[in-house]
Design a protein. Sequence first.
Length: 582
Amino acid sequence: MAQGNNLQLKKWLYKQLITIPALLLLTASFYLTAPAVALAIQSDSLEIIGDGVTTPVTFTLAELEAMKQYEQVYSTINTYPTKRWYTARGVKLRNLLALAGMTEEAEMIKFISNDGYDVTLTVKELLEDKRYYFPGLKENHPSDGSIPGSPEGAQEVEPILALISAEGSDNPANMNDRDFLLLMLGQRAVTEQTNNLFLKYTSRIEVLTTAPEKWDSPKTSIPDGTVLPPGIMLELSNKGNDDDKIYYTLDGSTPTVNSPMFNWSASRWWPLRANDLESVNRPIELTEDTVLKAITIGPGREDSDVVTFTFTTDPTAVDPTKIPGGPPTGVTLDRNAIDLKVGATFQLQATIAPYNATDRSVTWSSSDTRTATVDNNGLVTVVGPGSATITVKTLVGKYISSCIVNGPEQDDDEGGAIIAGPVSPENEAQEDPLEPSAEEPLVEEIQEEELSVEEPPPLPEDDQQFVEDKVTADPATAPSKTPDKAPDSSDEPPVDELPVPDVKGQYLAEKDAVALASPAGDVSSEQPGSLTRQIFEMSLDVTVPLPLQEVQNELNIYTAAIFLFLFLSGISKKIVEYAKEL
């Protein structure tokens, strides 16, 4: 009996010698190789292309490090919404775009990262609208982004591509290069949500002359002109309820980005906020006759038209939200025709009459799924050339409405081949790219009239001189110029603190030569914390080197191999010894 127990014990130990080391090896292998995977996604160069630049360029990491560096604390809010600080140091975007010869016709700028994400902003919202760091962001509440902070003491800041940064911190000593190149920009209002626009691993910038579309106007949960009992709760909505934010007023004035926001929490978070969503996206209580004006503001598009709703209150009126509206009497779509490129999407919105119909179920269909597909929520995706009719139908009453979707013509595709699936942003090559000749200089000389007060926005005097110096007097650090071609398919050094000037953040190559003037401009309406701001003095010959990533990756691989060999050698010996005893 004792011998049998010993045998069972030995078998159990044998199994543990197999299982436990395997788990340990798996964990250790992941730990050792994870840094190499993370580093592999970072950008080692920056390409600026598009029909909105005259001189497509590619900057190496060394060239970006050699440029004058701009350091600033940024206040931001994400779309949950949560308040936070960021600290960063990097290169001003307007300088990079000037070196690429951005034209007056440029309308939109698309930032593309190595991990497949992208952010598109209009030239106006990125470079013309004034953006700020709000030291009072966390007043009234330290984290809840739906409780506005104080706009007092706002300091104008520049949009940058950060080489080093610290998320959730206003301490420069916490900066590292984990997220470089990181697109960062300030807020136009203390409530504006911009954190969703902070793009990591930026590798390409496309400057486009395509005119931006306009956001869809907000809608109300109760039709305009309805007589309501006092105290009724009104809700606002738009198509996305995501990055597109609804701003409103109740006194008849025109809403702007500084007005109250309705949809603080984006729709992507609603499943996680089922119990407290109404405490964030708060319905509007109507207690008297009200003129409500609303506008949609968000990134990458023009503001929507301002819509006006007039409501009259009457104590004898019946709450229309408590009256069943009966079966549907019709359905309409917000668009009857759209033109899209292959891979592009468009969200159709169906409106069912009456607004309080008892059954609002609908089905979606496409007449030709080789051209366009549609999901159960009305999201259309163009997958090939030609035309297709997208139809929505009510389940009750069978009312229908249609929209014609035009993809590209057959001849627009190379060899007339039908593209069977969506194309990623990286595969959307610029049409008719500019290819500079070999005789052209690396960067064309930037004339002062091209940096006029009107279009495009001027560089401050010191930044303008920086661009001219880079072009004419510093060929060793001039950017490498490459033809505009179709793109391929496919926690660190502390920084000593210096006195903080009481001005907006800017380059500090020489403090005596700093120009404090900046172009005046109105705070426009559009969508997306800290202690005292800290600015640091930088020069071209004093830079903070970034880690040598290739060496780090190779060391990690060698370390993993050695570890696995030694570990397996010791364990295998023990396994053989125990196996002999069985």
